[in-house]
Design a protein around this ligand. Sequence first.
Ligand code: PLP
Length: 449
Amino acid sequence: QPMGTWTSEEIRDAVDEHVMLTWAPGKARHNVPIITHGEGVYVFDDKGKKYLDWTSQAVCSNIGYTVPDNVVEGTVRQMKELPFIYGGLGITEVRARLASLVSDILPGDLTGMVFPSSGSEANEAAIMCARRYTGKFKVINWYRSYHGGTTNSQQATGDFRRWFGGDNVPGFVKAFAPYPLFWDYAGDNEAERTQMALNMLEEQILNEGPDTIALIQFESVIRGGGVIMPPPGYMQGVRAICDKYDILMHCDEVMVGFGRTGKLFGFQNYEGVIPDIVTAAKGITSAILPLSMMACRKHIMDGFEDKPLGWGSTYQAHPVAMACAYENLKYMIKEDILGHVQELEPVFEDCMRTLTESHPSIKQYRHVGMFGCFDAHLPNGENPQLQHTAVHEAFVKYRMAYTENGLIGLLRAPHLHVAPPLTITKDELLDGFDRQDRALYALDEGLGY
Ligand code: PLP
């Protein structure tokens, strides 16, 4: 039978028998809709229901579901000309072009590139790169960050997803980064809190031993933990600490790279900060094909002229995925997607403020570019860290209302993220917030307001 001819029942039966989920228990597969096609910023299920993608899936489908002609044509052309060549056996024009393009749009001398398939792999490459370049071993990461599902990237992760790995991989040290939900403990004003956070980091480095630390690795804007941007001066302080102790600085841009925050890269929100290593994924192809990247500064690349990086994968520098990325980036530049995000940012802000003011279940909001997060009030002042161990029934009801109102997206209670495709129009954005507004009444009610 050709593809597209199975009934929903046939699909469900096969899924029940064979399909495992990853971050959710297997039986959750019954709550996941069968998605048949997508168009613009919408996907459709087998019953014809239309969903507005409210988080670009895993914050990756940045240009939505109608693939531009140049992306289709460039990707298919590469598939016809050369579907694959192993990265160590052949160099391709598309690899040279993509590496040059990404290097051109990155600030500073971030010129050395590898192109793995996933964000996790890019972060593995970054960890190996830092260890082998510096000859040191430890990596400092922030709590609440997420870096991936492979062994090292999972252990680098600062949230509950690390626990699945048993916390048993040596070499990863967790630090407290500034966190707006717990500001109170840290000082009276922003400047004091920033300095306090930097002092704590330096104190930690001194006690771990600066000569043992290869890398400080963090998300430029923490997503899962709630769209958290450190206060002014903090990133510059981290850069200075890295320089002082010969530690490499790595910004994980897997989620925010290529425009999500209204800057090409999230770290460009912190004036004057240029990391030593940058990783990105998702937005590089807008998730149309799997590809990621690790970029490092020129002197680091030069450090591997006489020795291998020591990390690799079969699909590193996959020509078809790179052609897709190259055309996707060309499309984003031609259509000025970054300008579009900046233009819609005040609308985004307006809608987030209005919803926060009108729903007692919402405590506060944060956003940058097209990346927003509401924090829900928890009943009885519960600690938001409970989010991962006990999801309050109210959030289950909210999720149902969210789906009924035609939204699809990730939910990480008590953080409610908003990160639609960057190509969304103003009317679609307003419509999305309208739908979320309606869904939030279920949360208000569920939390007893
Ligand atoms: N780093 C960050 C900041 C991410 O958001 C993610 C995925 O969500 C990853 C790494 C892992 O990327 P992947 O799922 O492509 O392996």
